[in-house]
Ligand binder design. Sequence first.
Ligand code: ZN
Length: 264
Amino acid sequence: MSGVRVYALCGGYLELDQSLFFPDRPPGPRYTVPVPCYLVAHSQGHVLFDTGVHRQAIADPVGRLGERRAARFGVRSKPDEEVVSQLALLGLTPADVRYVANSHFHFDHCGGNEFFPRATFLVQRAELEAARAVDPERPGRYAPSAPDFDHPLDYRPVEGEHDVFGDGRVVLLPTFGHTPGHQSLWVRLDSGAECVFVADACYTREHMDRSLLPGVLWDADRMARSLARLRELRDRRGVVLFYGHDSAQWEGMPRAPEPLPSRW
Ligand SMILES: [Zn+2]
């Protein structure tokens, strides 16, 4: 089996009100969460899962995010905590990335898309279509970030499960609900261990353990079903889940330039 390695990249840090993540906690207290991105190194090319918060948001949050979003989310990233600097830790540039897969089009998951004009973007068709249909003035329940995703990039719509290299090692997994076409990334490591990078299908381990849905979502029933499927993979199949914004898990994992361990 050819080697597959995964590297955790820091796509930034956001400070937010705890009630956004945990609707059963009182609004007021704010805390800071990581925005992870992951680079998968496969013999047929590099796959980047999510591109984090745009680097402009670090120095000029209002200019980048707009007043409302900048008030809701405090950008707490250091200057090198953005995807291009993080790739450099591995000796890579954006031109070395063959595929970018966005979990979804919220600003903290596609902020760096514009830096990958040569990559092929693998995004669920439902996400692409919903994002393109949204009126930015009246976004409704789904507010994709147009300044982040809406660039002339090579977006290839994917429908449902998609085996990126055809060898079962790197597979996109639909986990709809948080947004209309949210997807996760399934990776089989050399040891045979399986990981799923779930992004915002589940913010933290606590959400998984308590079957808790966050305040920000598009369709609660679909999100609950995606959460149940991920839990089954974890509890019945021993798949290791990497949550979307889990500080405790993030603090405990090796990050680029160190790869994730082959056994977890
Ligand atoms: Zn997020």
